[in-house]
Design a protein around this ligand. Structure first.
Ligand code: ASP
Length: 242
């Protein structure tokens, strides 16, 4: 199984980091002709696909085809040589994956070796559930269960500390929960380990282990102190650092 799980927020990457990300995408998809883009995380799927294809897709020799461009989405996934799920709203994405009956077929083909890239919401749904998303529940999916390609949870766009809001030249403290507090709440009810992935970071996952690329993140386990992990760290399914 080959996965590239990106936190998203790639617009904030330096030129060097962007080059590294594009290198990772090339390594994943560079030897195939076509990738199916699952655009369900955004309402206007056609516009979303064409925006990604025209402005953000780095592989000129690999066609990116939106799932909405196929007559039968299940058949499209059955035939796919590569799959990319884009970011947006994770509730909407999860709802559409369930409604279009794509959960089992996606699991099957990706576990059999079809390369997969997720960005942000697309990374959230690679986890056992979508319960560590940052998104607003704009729609009620039938289930929070997602693809379970990995055994741990990811919190995308993770940042440390409290937020400060810019207000006419001043900064004021924002009193909402920190990401770490939200993940601690998750662990009051759930056991699965969680990695908060910094903006622009990604995990290059192969079978049963992965390598942190670009930035890094923080690993959270129920009842244990959080651990910062940096680019180059190798992790397993239990988020132990190898
Ligand atoms: N809305 C995010 C995205 O860009 C997902 C998240 O923050 O959980 O897809």
């Amino acid at each position: 199984m080959k996965l590239l799980l990106s936190s998203g927020g790639n617009g904030s990457l330096s030129k060097e980091q962007m080059k590294e990300l594009h290198g990772q995408i090339y390594k994943l998809f560079g030897n195939i002709k076509e990738v199916v883009f699952i655009s369900y995380a955004v309402k206007d799927q056609r516009k979303y696909t064409s925006g990604i294809r025209n402005f953000l897709w780095p592989l000129k020799d690999v066609n990116l085809i939106g799932i909405e461009e196929f007559g039968d989405p299940i058949q499209a996934i059955r035939d796919a040589k590569g799959i990319y799920i884009g970011g947006g709203n994770t509730f909407l994405l999860t709802d559409k994956l369930h409604k279009n009956n794509l959960i089992d077929i996606l699991k099957d083909v990706i576990k059999q070796g079809v390369p997969y890239m997720g960005v942000s919401a697309g990374t959230n749904v690679a986890c056992p559930t979508m319960m560590t998303t940052n998104d607003m529940p704009v729609i009620i999916p039938n289930s929070f269960e997602t693809l379970e390609l990995i055994d741990f949870q990811i919190n995308a766009h993770y940042h440390e500390g409290k937020m400060w809001l810019g207000n006419e030249g001043d900064f004021v403290k924002h009193n909402g929960e920190t990401r770490a507090q939200r993940i601690a709440e998750f662990h009051q009810h759930n056991e699965a380990p969680v990695i908060g992935l910094f903006e622009g970071s990604c995990i290059n996952w192969k079978d049963d282990k992965g390598e942190l690329k670009i930035g890094g993140g923080v690993i959270f386990k129920a009842g244990k102190d959080p651990k910062v992990v940096k680019r180059g760290a190798i992790i397993n399914s239990n988020l132990d650092i190898l």
